[in-house]
Design a protein around this ligand. Structure first.
Ligand code: SF4
Length: 63
């Protein structure tokens, strides 16, 4: 299974991923983007978030 991941060292907290794909990305309690734990991930929506991320810091990881 593929799981989305975020390189937090490059994330500028612009919020685009949350806007495009709120079922996968959220802001956590300490103010960082995190990937919500799910059984599966909507590939098209995550690919949209990857496309719109201005820092190119979202990617797919093999679980
Ligand atoms: S779109 Fe990219 S830079 Fe913007 S908050 Fe999400 S991961 Fe961070």
């Amino acid at each position: 299974m593929k799981i989305p991941a975020v390189d937090l060292s490059r994330c500028s907290l612009c919020g685009a991923c949350i806007e495009v794909c709120p079922s996968v990305f959220r802001l956590n309690d300490v103010g960082y983007i995190e990937v919500i734990e799910r059984i599966s991930y909507p590939e098209i929506e995550v690919d949209e978030a990857i496309k719109y991320c201005p820092e190119d810091c979202i990617y797919w990881e093999d679980a």
